[in-house]
Design a protein around this ligand. Structure first.
Ligand code: FAD
Length: 449
């Protein structure tokens, strides 16, 4: 029998899958048990959709799963059929096919029993001697030397103004990423609470002739479009405080080159974020984040064109302001909102509300049983900016005592507090590879001891 150690990876979206693949790629590496509560392994929230209107928001050239093999995805596309390019962007469903192919290959090419798929929800993880014990919803327990939390995007918290009556009704869609999310056919006017990428997704998905969307967020900013043709990324060195980085970006963006400037900043984002104090990070989040988000996370040009048409025909109306109350009655929902900078409130009558607030960061508001248990046990704690869970530079989770929890890691959006830009594939793929190497090193040291 094999004496291999075991690593449990919880969550089989992009982050968990890639971490697992790197772990089993090492012939001396551990047995990996990949736990996923959804039916499909490898797709996660982003790539489970079969909607042909759901395009990647990153060009295919930058979507390889492997940081050291940037052509990997384009090579895969070249040998597969059933997809079409929309100006360098493919559907998210096709990307999900790619990820599932990687999983299939790994299952075929690794020794039997090295990569085990566990379809269940992990509900608890606790210390067990030198290692960990994960408990699954159906009652099974798995002992492991290391555990990786790759839980992905946490569903947004309900709007503060929503009543229980609304939240419990079919007129409220709380999980905008649920592929089965739908509205009553009779819903003509729909409130979208948020104006970012999730709002765009919801409007594109739920559109039908005669339906009007009202999208409200504090600033009313919507994501900008990618350029129709990929541009060369120039070199940009920007360091210092948020104010200094902003000044450097503004200067380099002269002549309308803001896209190139933002892209050039990308490799430096982690260093800049790590160099900022907590106060500087908070200041960035308060004042600059909405602007950063809409310039950095852009729309495929064809999606942007569609959104432009919806806005011109007033099928999508975007407003800056704050929602004050959401009062459902027998017929519809009365929305009271205050325009940004104003004192007088306005009213709006809608038939349904879709929560488009984007991913949740504040762990204290998370409803996930696993996160609640881990917090209660003191194995994880919120990061100071409330963007997720606190981790160190090697993605080890920090417990309530302030020290890294040995053998407990997180990968993906949960680690935004430490790395900030860690929500899209080009960033996560590097973290997944590095975290797997850190785990392999730890297991090697334990074996040698
Ligand atoms: C709608 C949408 C579109 C996006 N489009 C792009 C894009 O075009 N390009 C890009 O680079 N990035 C995109 N992103 C960013 C995306 O978050 C990352 O690319 C990446 O998919 C994140 O993967 P993940 O594994 O961290 O998270 P997820 O995809 O959320 O996967 C986490 C998985 O963990 C599972 N899970 C959670 N808790 C448990 C538990 N307790 N037990 C068992 N299983 C559990 C979930 O079921 C899920 O499958 C998009 C995100 C969203 C939400």
């Amino acid at each position: 029998m094999s004496q291999r150690p075991t690593v449990v990876v919880i969550g089989a979206g992009f982050s968990g899958l890639l971490t697992a693949l790197h772990l089993v790629a090492d012939p001396q590496g551990p047995t990996v048990r990949l736990v996923e509560r959804a039916r499909a392994f490898g797709r996660g929230a982003a790539y489970s959709t079969g909607n042909p209107d759901h395009l990647l928001n990153v060009r295919v050239a930058n979507m390889s799963a492997y940081p050291d093999d940037p052509e990997h995805f384009t090579r895969w596309l070249a040998t597969h059929e059933g997809w079409s390019s929309h100006g360098g962007f493919v559907t998210r469903g096709v990307y999900g096919d790619y990820l599932q192919d990687l999983l299939r290959e790994a299952l075929e090419n690794t020794a039997a029993g090295r990569l085990l798929l566990e379809q269940d929800e992990a509900v608890d993880v606790k210390r067990a001697g030198e290692g960990w014990r994960a408990r699954l919803a159906l009652g099974r327990e798995i002992e492991a030397q290391a555990v990786v939390l790759a839980l992905g995007v946490l569903r947004p918290a309900p709007p503060a103004a929503a009543t229980d009556a609304l939240l419990g009704s079919a007129r409220y869609v709380g999980d905008p990423w649920d592929p089965a999310a739908s509205l009553d056919e009779g819903a003509d006017d729909v409130l979208l609470t948020g104006t970012g990428l999730t709002m765009i997704d919801a409007a594109v998905t739920l559109w039908r002739p005669g339906r009007r969307f009202w999208a409200i967020s504090r600033r009313g900013l919507i994501p900008r479009a990618h350029a129709p043709v990929a541009a060369n990324t120039p070199e940009l060195q920007a360091t210092g405080s948020p104010r200094e980085v902003l000044a450097a970006v503004r200067q380099a963006s002269g002549d309308g080159q803001w896209r190139e400037t933002i892209d050039a900043l990308r490799p430096h984002v982690r260093g800049i974020w790590e160099g900022w104090s907590q106060a500087q990070r908070q200041s960035f989040l308060r004042h600059l984040r909405p602007w950063w988000d809409v310039h950095r996370h852009r729309l495929a040009p064809s999606v942007a064109r569609r959104v432009g048409l919806l806005m011109r025909s007033r099928e999508l109306v975007v407003r800056a302001g704050q929602i004050v109350s959401l009062a459902p009655n027998r017929e519809n929902i009365e929305v009271t909102w205050r325009p940004r900078g104003g004192t007088i409130t306005r009213r709006l009558t809608v038939d349904a509300v879709v929560n488009c607030a984007g991913l949740l960061g504040d762990l204290d508001r998370a409803r996930e049983p696993l996160l609640k248990q881990l917090m209660a046990r003191g194995h994880i704690r919120p990061d100071p900016c409330r963007l997720g869970a606190e981790v160190d530079r090697t993605s080890r989770l920090i417990g309530t005592g302030g020290a890294p929890e040995p053998g407990l890691y997180a990968v993906g959006p949960l680690t935004r507090g430490a790395f900030w830009e860690i929500t899209s594939a080009p960033d996560i793929r590097t973290q997944a590879a590095e975290t797997a190497q850190a785990i392999l090193g730890r297991l090697r040291r334990a074996r040698a001891a």
